[in-house]
Design a protein around this ligand. Structure first.
Ligand code: SAH
Length: 335
């Protein structure tokens, strides 16, 4: 399953820019500049209260078109904060777009290539959800890995593999009735553990924004999106976006293992509201009254439960010697 998802997504992101109204899906930074700006202010506030260390790097994982970074860096610059920028990206096509959005950005292919001697301020919006998942399924013969095969018509499909996998399933789920699916994302865990270790030893913070779950659970969350519609994940590999919900419990636990401070996860809507998206929307409207309806609608889509406000979560992770981050002191603390 993980090999299938990895190969399909690599082909997908190499081939075309999937973002935006004309693409397959739209993300928060593409909805409004307010999203990236507030993230930039969140980082600036942390940096100021940390005593303005002069060697911080801005790091973004899977920056898409570079829109979030461009908006964040513009907001940061207004406060005299202009860190070097490092993007973790694998798609050549999107790297070209990111270079245009943020001239001077440096690219690395993996988090292990990030500089070792400076505090890292790491942003990941809708990055962890594209990483390949592994799935185990309970059968009458015990737990098996879900593997992807082709049926006689050459269509891809998932089927239980041959080897016993019971040992890999946490004991609390092991007696689940057949067929129950237990999902993990080893790539997400590896990246989180590495980055959390870097933030612990080098200083800095991480902000993860994604849709995901905040309690341990079972079931498949694998989904495909094509042209703003859900599709069969096993059809047309490389032609549609394959994602899985992010396991925020796991990401937070890995940060705790590295002795970092964990803030959240909280819902995106509450976080953006706490950081002042209302005031930012009003200021933008005052400057461009003719765009009032569009700006108000974008704010609503980012904040309201009917839009992205509840489905998407924010997780903040900070080095213990750094100040506590803003935006997480809200009621609906999850998990
Ligand atoms: N953060 C952007 C784009 C999200 S789409 C936004 O919010 O608009 C996912 C991004 O992750 C794309 O830029 C894609 O090319 C990148 N990506 C996917 N797999 C990756 C991997 N294994 N390593 C680095 N980047 C990856």
């Amino acid at each position: 399953m993980a090999d299938f998802m990895q190969a399909a997504n690599q082909a997908y992101y190499a081939k075309a820019d999937p973002l935006g109204v004309d693409g397959d899906f739209i993300t928060a930074p593409e909805i409004s500049q307010m999203f990236g700006e507030l993230i930039g202010l969140w980082l600036t506030d942390l940096w100021i209260r940390a005593g303005r260390p002069n060697n911080c790097h801005y790091v973004e994982l899977g920056p898409g078109r570079g829109t979030l970074a461009a908006d964040a860096l513009r907001a940061m610059q207004q406060f005299g904060f202009a860190p070097p920028v490092c993007f973790v990206e694998t798609s050549e096509l999107l790297k070209a777009k990111q270079s245009r959005a943020v001239p001077g950005a440096r690219f690395v292919a993996g988090v292990d290539e990030l500089p070792f001697d400076v505090p890292l301020l790491v942003i990941a919006n809708e990055f962890f959800d594209v990483l390949p998942v592994r799935q185990l399924v309970s059968t009458h013969a015990g737990w098996r890995e879900r593997v992807v095969v082709r049926d006689r018509g050459a269509k891809f499909m998932a089927t239980p593999g041959m080897h016993a996998m019971d040992e890999m399933v946490p004991t609390e789920f092991r007696n689940a009735p057949s067929p129950t699916i237990y999902e993990t994302c080893p790539a997400a865990s590896t990246i989180m553990y590495e980055l959390a270790g870097r933030v612990a030893s080098q200083g800095g913070a991480m902000l993860i924004a994604d849709y995901g779950y905040t309690m341990p659970g079972i079931g498949s969350t694998l989904q495909a999106v094509k042209g703003h519609q859900y599709a069969d994940p096993f059809e047309n590999p490389g032609e549609q976006d394959l994602t899985a919900h992010v396991n925020f419990v796991e990401l937070a636990n890995l940060a705790r293992m590295r002795h970092l401070r964990v803030s959240g996860p909280v819902e995106q809507g509450g976080w953006l509201t706490a950081l002042g998206i209302g005031a930012r929307a009003e200021a933008l409207i005052a400057g461009q009254p003719e765009r009032a309806a569009e700006i108000a609608a974008a704010r609503e889509r980012l904040v309201d439960s009917a839009g992205m406000g509840s489905l998407f979560k924010m997780l903040g992770v900070t080095n213990m010697d750094w100040p506590e981050p803003e935006g997480f002191e809200i009621d609906q603390h999850l998990g």
